[in-house]
Design a protein around this ligand. Sequence first.
Ligand code: SF4
Length: 366
Amino acid sequence: MTQNNTQPFPRIDDTAIRERAWKTPPARHLEGEERQQMLEKVRRLLKEQDAVLVAHYYTDDDLQMLADETGGCVSDSLEMARFGHAHPASTIVVAGVRFMGETAKILNPEKRVLMPSLEAECSLDLSCPADVFSQFCDAHPDRTVVVYANTSAAVKARADWVVTSSIATKVIKHLAAKGEKILWAPDRYLGSYVQKVTGADMLLWQGSCIVHDEFKASALAKLKQAHPEAAVLVHPESPDDVIRLADVVGSTTQIIQAATELDNPTFIVATDNGIFYKMKQAAPDKLFLEAPTGGIGASCGSCAHCPWMAMNGLENLAHTLETGDNEVQVDAETGKQALVSLNRMLRFAEAEKMAATGEANIASPA
Ligand code: SF4
């Protein structure tokens, strides 16, 4: 059943969010001796504080390297959530944006969760305020509420399901097969993509990612023409016309996997360029090109790099470990409610993995 009830209600004007985001100063990039000393300091503090570093693919190369070499993990938000929960450390340091820290706290209320900056936000989260969203849900009581992981704890608490981009299509297919109608938030492009793939009846919130929104289809088509040997890998937070040019549409983990599995010598990649660190590790003999954004020849106001992810650096990572500042707090009742919708996703992912491999290896909290 296909349904196109995608009227933009309520209207989201995120102009101010965008302007503020692109003016956000990145963390200071360290080099030489100063960098070495700070790397050493973080290694020592992680041990002293019984802490594990969990970093997103979009963070700075140094943070990804540290997470890997100190026994932490670098991954997408679903895997970050699983890993932090399963790890025995009493402190989880989340290098990423605020909703990732909140998710870690919801899954681990007994652990201390720290972040290099609590001001690292996300346009999807910001464009879906919990009170307005709740009214929207109240107006559509016949719909199952499915929200993307890029939302606040309060929005997750209002939802029936939380999903990440790696599992969204499977969850919606599963719900649609049971005849459920969906209220989806907040990313309109991911929602529209999932709707096309599954044919589900979906009512879409109208948020978007300020980074993926900048990829331009016409410039991408030209780049593709200039590189006929290349495969185009696109994250589904990108606009519909960019997705249409993709050879592979997938989450960050699926994009990295595609680079290792496809024979193409070159890949044009439409997602945050922080992912290149892991892509180059995974496929060192391949060439990776950034998909064009509106920023070509212009200011860095639309580079393919999230200004909030760029707030994570070595200095504020060491600072949070040293002082305990920037501890993530989630109201206990909100966390309890959000855990229900998060657990649905984790259990679904576990069942999917068991079906594929015959064994369970995902930590699913009770
Ligand atoms: S890249 Fe986009 S979706 Fe990811 S944190 Fe930044 S603004 Fe949010």
